[in-house]
Structure formats: C-alpha cells, structure tokens
Design a protein around this ligand. Structure first.
Ligand code: UDP
Length: 386
C-alpha cells in the first residue's frame, strides 16, 4: 500500500501517517506500507507547490483567494486534470516504477488527479483511494471521477463530491484521519499533568499555525505573551524557523515555551486547556479529540474558511481574527470557567478518533475489490514499464 502526500502545509503528511499507522495497527504483518512525498512526480508548476504555498498565503493572500475561487469549478478542474495528466505522464510513470503497489492512497489532490490516468496505462486494475481532508469548503480539484474510492471527513464534503460528479457508491464518510493512538496519548498526558506538582498555574494555551506555522502566528503570539492574563503559553511554530526566531526574541510577560516542528502534538494538547490555531482541519480535529475549546485566529482563504463555521456552529470555539479578540475570548473563559467547560464538551462531541481505522478498512476493501475484478489480483509484472 503506497500512501502519497506533499508538504503543502502539514495536514496531507499527517493524514497519510495516521492512515499508515492505522493499517499497521489493524492488519499487523498483512500489508507492507510505503509513505511517499509525491511532489517530484507532479508536473511543473505544481512541483513548486511546497515552496510556494506558505509564501503565497502570507504574501499574496488576495491573489491566492482569487485563484482558489476562479478555479473552483468542474470545467476548470477538467482542464487542470488534462494538463496534469499530460504534462505529468513521464514523471508519473517513473514514480509508479519506483513505487509499485497493489493500491495507492492519495492524500493530496494533485496526486489524485495525476495517478489514475498513469496507472490505467500500466496496471488498470490497481485501485486508487482518495482521502479528502477539508471539512467543509472542498476545492473542485479534490475530485476526479477516475479515483476508485473516496474517504471524506464530513457529510458536507460528501455533498461536494456528489456535486462534482462522484458516484455515491464511491464515497465513504469516515471523519478526518488522525493518529489512532491520539486520544490515548492525550489522556496519558492529562493524567501526568494532574499528578504533577510542578504544573504551571493559569490557563494552559497551545498556539499552533499548522505544519508551516502560518497565518498571523507572530502577532498572535506577541499579544498573548505580552498580556497580563493568567496564562502559560506554548507556541508551536512548525517548520517556520523565521517565526520561531521572532517569537523567541519577543519580550514576554508570561511563562512561554517556543517550539519548532513537534512530533508530540497529542502530549502538548493533553497538557493544554485551550487551543488557539489557524483553521487547519487536521489541527482542529485533533483539538476535538483532545476536548479542547478552540480559538481560530486565522484561516487560509478558500479551503479553510468553511472550517470557521464548523467550529463556531458546533459551539466548540470562536473566530477571533484580531489578536485583541483572542485575548478577549481567553479573558472571558478565565472569568467564566463553566463556559470553557461547555466549549470543551462541545468540542469533544465533534471528535472522530477512529477515522484513520475506518479508512484502513476502506483500503483493505479496495484491495479485496481489486481481487474480485482483476485477474490476477496482484500482478507486479504489470508494474514494470518498458
Ligand atoms: N503538526 C505537527 N507538528 C507541528 C505542527 C503541526 O505534527 O509542529 C501537525 C498537526 O498536528 C496537524 C498537521 O501538522 O496534524 C497540520 O495540519 P492542518 O490541517 O491543521 O494544517 P496545515 O499545516 O495543513 O495547513
């Protein structure tokens, strides 16, 4: 089973890792898994997306939003698919030669557009499972009628799939894939925190900006760290070293930890009372599992704007795009702990901790369906291209 992602943000990789872990947990020793960053298989200019994504969001936000909206339709997606398939054909073939598999799991929209066509020429019975990780506003480029099965996080995403011509039988609502042991690790951290005599006082706030530390992270960190609220602050800057250095250099009134890319998000969430984050779907769904009230300080225009309604409508949190609004919300929760408790309960009501396991089952079914329809079920010889 080959799982594909690209590091445009941290969510695609995190989803692929969660699904891989779920496969290994559910079917130990049955499937061999490979996790691959597929960016080099994408045709130009999509192969530049990792470098361009974070800077496009921070420096050309309006342009990104206009582009997102202008291309968010079926006809534009058909044109893009044709371009991606044609321009990416030789790279896709080379990719398939290097990474032969019995099923491909695409956690990135460009891979979902690229792979099925290339695969149809060399191994037509090998299924592609597409994993869509946007909760509410899903770009049309996420959908391809050539993908065999889709796992989607919400009923709203399913509706988008139907509107974009995906057959109902190919869509399964699974929830957003999060590490299958995420909840257990959160609980362990929570128990440790309760028992620890050295736990810092005040509301423990975890500030995150996705895998790339995006959005108004520095401004939000500044305003929190320089406030006089009874808080202790942990800032996760992800891969944004520039933001990390800036935040580290700030004058701070509060106990503040500034971290780079962390692989212990469950433990950090378990040690926190509130999550302040950019509206990334991965972080939000992890916050739900960790029962954290959520303050959204920023959202990538287009794909993350729907996540704002998702969080606020559920009562799990608030949209606070100005640092002063973030402070105001935290001040309110400090004064009204019952409201904080209520938001925590409503956050947990949205949690789907078993989503990755559900997707692992779906993938196993995809392999089985290939066995029914393909003769022979697995033919690696087909994967070697002339
Ligand atoms: N993440 C992580 N370590 C970090 C920062 C982020 O593992 O230091 C993970 C985070 O837990 C989440 C993902 O990266 O699973 C970010 O995904 P999200 O959809 O929230 O935002 P994106 O980075 O894709 O914009």
């Amino acid at each position: 089973i080959t799982l594909l992602y690209a590091d445009t943000g941290g969510g695609h990789r995190a989803s692929a890792q969660a699904i891989e872990k779920a496969i290994q947990q559910l079917f130990p020793g049955v499937y061999r898994t490979e996790l691959v960053n597929a960016i080099h298989a994408f045709p130009y200019p999509y192969d530049q997306a990792e470098k361009a994504y974070a800077s496009a969001i921070s420096q050309a936000r309006l342009g990104y939003e206009l582009f997102w909206n202008a291309t968010n339709n079926v006809s534009s997606t058909m044109a893009s698919r044709l371009f991606i398939e044609t321009a990416g054909r030789s790279r896709a073939r080379a990719f398939l030669e290097r990474h032969p598999a019995d099923v491909y799991v695409s956690c990135h929209p460009i891979a979902s557009q690229l792979l099925p066509e290339a695969l149809s020429r060399v191994s037509p019975n090998t299924p592609v499972v597409g994993v869509v990780t946007d909760l509410s506003t899903v770009h049309a480029l996420c959908w391809s009628p050539k993908v065999d099965f889709y796992a989607v996080p919400t009923d709203v995403a399913r509706r988008h799939a139907l509107e974009n011509g995906i057959q109902p039988s190919r869509i399964t609502v699974t929830g957003q894939p999060v590490m299958p042991d995420f909840a257990t690790r959160v609980q362990a951290a929570r128990v440790k925190r309760t028992r620890s005599a050295n736990s810092p006082h005040g509301l423990a706030v975890l500030l995150m900006g996705g895998g790339d530390g995006m959005g108004h992270l520095v401004d939000t960190a500044r305003s929190l760290a320089q406030s006089s609220l009874d808080l202790c602050l942990t800032v996760v800057c992800g891969r944004n070293e520039h933001a990390r250095a800036e935040i580290q250099a700030l004058h701070k009134n509060l106990p503040t930890r500034v971290l780079g890319f962390c692989d212990n998000i469950p433990e950090l969430m378990g040690a926190s009372d509130v999550l302040v984050t950019k509206a990334g779907p991965g972080t939000i769904c992890e916050g739900f599992i960790a029962e954290l009230p959520i303050v959204l300080y920023d959202a990538v225009p287009g794909q993350e704007t729907g996540n704002i309604d998702w969080v606020t409508d559920s009562g799990a949190g608030f949209w606070c795009p100005m640092p002063q609004q973030v402070l105001q919300q935290l001040r309110h929760w400090l004064a009204q702990p019952a409201d904080l408790q209520r938001a925590s309960q409503l956050s947990y009501a949205q949690a789907r901790p078993d989503a990755a396991l559900h997707i692992a089952h779906l993938i196993a079914d995809a392999v089985a369906s290939c066995g029914v329809y393909a003769q022979p079920r697995i033919n690696r010889a087909n994967m070697h291209l002339s």
